[in-house]
Design a protein around this ligand. Structure first.
Ligand code: AMP
Length: 336
């Protein structure tokens, strides 16, 4: 953060504020971890609320303070009243208002000062204060830096646990290319606040229902390889979800299995979302293949170089057909 930014942030919080912390829709551990870390940081001197656009995986309910998260989809009136009174809004782990879904108009129509903290590429210019760095491993790592600049002495076990969880989740436990020596240093500093590393690993990775194991099995079994291309894809149909009691977060990490195959550079997962009338797509890649450009060009999406998402309004079959044709064209045009 440059000195001018720091001055304006310090001035903003020199008096009691009514703060709202907002993650992107269907928030993951990095988004929820960022919100909760800032919730604990600000709550002693300010009035703080976390409002998520919709539900998130109950796997994250072990995080301290998660009981205080309001869900807009479930409590519209309460959340709208909180908006009316707020004077500072943080948008966390997203950089385009569309990713706040049903909250985007409430954010853009609010008179509150908006602060974006985010690590995705190409931020939109909606915030009064934009703290954006796509080289960072996670928004939680940025929240750690933000807190250190304002008042490091307030970091405690709760704040450290929330930040550590977000970093671990977004870096695949410090393995993805976004992990730097500084990320590891931050992880090491957080452990000094008594973060329980094993408990967090267990909560994030060994905390599922048996149905989820069966869903993983069928998703892996469904993988197909495109002839002549270093690309694999798989899908989860509405029926797969029904027979395995699918819950939010159950498919987290499934797409990565495609990259366990030697020479595969891109792995894709299509999930049929009957209630939303669309297909949600997860893209993962490695090496020279930067999948965010493909996701935004062909599937109305975006994200990171090696981890992106998108959507399709076609049926699952048509989406797969379009994908095979688009990716063949894209690779032929750009990589051969
Ligand atoms: P996911 O596959 O859902 O885990 O998403 C991977 C990354 O892609 C996330 O970190 C998001 O930043 C980004 N992303 C997912 N869905 C979208 C979307 N519809 N539009 C833009 N970015 C997305």
């Amino acid at each position: 953060m440059d000195i001018h930014l720091l001055k304006s942030v310090t001035k903003l919080f020199s008096k009691k504020r009514k703060i709202i912390l907002i993650p992107h829709s269907s928030p993951d551990a990095d988004a929820i971890g960022s919100c909760l870390a800032l919730y604990h940081f600000f709550k002693s001197n300010n009035e703080v609320n976390i409002i998520s656009p919709n539900e998130y995986t109950d796997i994250l309910n072990f995080l301290p303070g998660s009981r205080n998260i309001l869900i807009y989809e479930n409590d519209k009136l309460i959340c709208e009243n909180v908006f009316k009174k707020s004077d500072v809004i943080f948008t966390l782990d997203f950089n385009t208002l569309g990713r706040a879904k049903n909250l985007s108009s409430l954010i853009s129509n609010s008179n509150a000062k908006t602060i974006m903290i985010d690590h995705h590429e190409n931020p939109d210019k909606y915030a009064d204060i934009t703290i954006s760095n796509s080289k960072m491993s996670s928004t939680c790592e940025m929240v750690y830096d933000f807190i250190c600049l304002i008042n490091k002495s307030k970091i405690d076990n709760k704040i450290a646990t929330c930040i550590y969880t977000g970093i671990v989740a977004d870096t695949g436990s410090f393995r993805f290319p976004s992990t730097t020596s500084k990320t590891l240093k931050v992880g090491s500093e957080l452990i000094n606040y008594g973060v329980n590393v094993t408990k967090i690993f267990e909560k994030l990775h060994n905390n599922f229902q048996f149905d989820r194991l069966k869903l993983l099995g069928s998703t892996i079994n469904n993988f197909k390889k495109i002839d002549g291309l270093p690309v694999v894809y798989t899908s989860i149909t509405d029926n797969d979800q029904k027979i395995n009691n699918f819950k939010k977060g159950d498919s987290e990490g499934f797409v990565n299995f495609g990259l366990s195959v030697t020479d595969i550079l891109c792995s894709v997962l299509f999930i049929e979302k009957k209630d939303e009338g669309l297909i949600k797509i997860s893209f993962r890649s490695r090496g020279d293949f930067k999948v965010n450009i493909f996701a935004s060009k062909y599937f109305n999406g975006g994200g990171h170089k090696y981890a992106s998402g998108g959507i399709s309004n076609l049926s699952l079959k048509e989406t797969e057909k379009k994908f095979i044709s688009d990716i063949t064209q894209y690779i032929n045009q750009n990589y051969e």
